[in-house]
Design a protein around this ligand. Structure first.
Ligand SMILES: Cc1ncc(COP(=O)(O)O)c(C=O)c1O
Length: 434
């Protein structure tokens, strides 16, 4: 026998498992987290900057004073006190909603799952930006929904292209269920939807009878002034399902996110969530409520913003100084990500083993599309490494791109692929076919 493990259950799995593939990011995790590698791959918030002693005290007080409740099952919709506070958080981005229309979820990832579960049958279409968040694409694939991508430019989703995509889906006799969009500091593109386009996108969707699924985990992490009002803020209660999260403003390990939905949808979401997890963890919700009500959490968001701004600047400066001509990138005004396009003829996936050998990790662009685009693109994250490490990571990456260009000019594109070595992570990442 070879070393291949045969799955004895093949043939018994549900058809939907065919769409479940390893994400580029998860696959990279093992190799990218080696200390000698500068990882510009993962989008991990810098939790070291949290007041961990304070959080520890909140947690121990919580257990000492209300331990029995914190360790008990809770409401399927989520803790009412937390839902009140979530409405205050959303108000910072102009969203007015009732706590009764909020469902607390296990991160906004579970909210994505629940929304897709209640709206999408196999073969239904979800319209999404090109590129889009890999975790959402994974969810859509798991429910066998087909993604139709709409291009973005520096001002975000292109309204005219959205109109065309909606018309093309309708002309093909298929049904688009919602537009999935990340309007602020997009993961992975780093761009934001211009304020003027928000009303236009909403209007296009409203006219077409298409729901908007607005995913906004980064909205409060803007570097240049107050947040731009959310799409949901434009009198759009009946047309937008809004997702939020405490993962980027507080701590992803708590897995507390939420969905604000039109009332009827909210009822279905609660039923779906109860069927999935019974209720979100009481202790985590109570800790978030304590943190929001007793700590200067807005001040902490400012701390995060200053830190991420410095890292963004370090990355953009290093890219400007070091990257070979022909490489382009976005200039995010917030959030965690820079989207980079390699010079003509290079392939980020093919180059990846060489980058890992040079001890720098990034995420190849193909995983952020459902249709195989993105070969020339890659995502760089600046949220986790210190500025010096970011500069060093970009220096290594620039060296790899230079070497790749040398190979290309000497031997041509076919040889570049053929010469791709088996780097330290080369056997780990599985292609994301989603
Ligand atoms: C755009 C987007 N949506 C949703 C999520 C999921 O976040 P969480 O489940 O931690 O709230 C992420 C995480 O990176 C994200 O970038």
């Amino acid at each position: 026998m070879s070393g291949v493990t045969l799955d004895a259950f093949t043939g018994r799995y549900a058809a939907r498992t065919a769409g479940m593939t390893t994400s580029e990011i998860r696959a990279l995790f093992a190799v990218a987290s080696r200390p000698e590698v500068v990882s510009l791959a993962g989008g991990m918030p810098y939790t070291t900057a949290l007041p961990l002693d304070v959080v520890g005290k909140l947690l121990s007080d919580l257990l000492a004073n209300r331990g029995a409740q914190a360790l008990q099952y809770g409401s399927g919709q989520g803790d009412p006190e937390l839902r009140e506070m979530i409405c205050e958080v959303m108000a910072l981005e102009g969203v007015v909603g009732s706590p009764d229309d909020v469902v607390v979820t296990v991160g906004s990832q579970q909210a994505l799952d629940l929304v897709t579960r209640i709206f999408c049958d196999p073969g239904d279409v979800v319209i999404a930006e090109a590129p889009s968040y890999v975790g959402a694409l994974g969810t859509f694939a798991a429910y066998q929904a087909d993604v139709v991508h709409v291009p973005m430019d520096a001002a975000g989703l292109v309204p005219e292209a959205l109109r065309e995509a909606i018309a093309a889906v309708a002309a093909s006799g298929r049904r688009a269920k919602f537009l999935y969009t990340i309007p602020n500091f997009h993961n992975p593109a780093g761009t934001s939807l211009a304020a003027t386009r928000r009303t236009e996108v909403l209007e296009i969707c409203r006219t077409a009878g298409l729901l908007v699924l607005e995913d906004n985990p980064y909205g409060l992490l803007g570097f240049d002034g107050p947040p731009v009002p959310a799409i949901r803020s434009h009198g759009a209660e009946e047309h937008v399902i809004y997702l939020g999260s405490f993962s980027k403003t507080f701590a992803p390990g708590l897995r507390v996110g939420w969905v604000l939905a039109p009332h009827a949808v909210r009822e279905k979401l609660v039923l779906a969530s109860e069927a999935s997890v019974l209720c979100p963890p009481a202790i985590n919700q109570m800790l978030v409520t304590e943190y929001l009500s007793t700590q200067d959490w807005r001040g902490q968001v400012e701390v995060f913003k200053d830190l991420y701004r410095e890292r963004r600047d370090a990355m953009l400066d290093a890219l400007t100084t070091l990257m070979p001509v022909g490489t382009t990138w976005t200039r995010p005004a917030g959030g965690f990500y820079v989207w980079t396009t390699l010079p003509e003829g290079l392939d980020a996936k093919v180059m990846q083993p060489r980058a890992l050998t040079a001890r720098v990790a990034y995420v190849p662009g193909v995983g952020f599309y459902s249709d195989g685009q993105g070969a020339q693109e890659l995502r760089l994250s600046y949220c986790f490494p210190e500025p010096d490490r970011i500069r060093e990571g970009v220096r290594r990456l620039a060296g790899v791109v230079e070497a790749e260009l040398d190979l290309l000019s000497t031997f041509g594109p076919t040889a570049v692929r053929a010469l791709s070595p088996r780097g330290p992570g080369a056997s780990t990442p599985a292609p994301n076919t989603a």
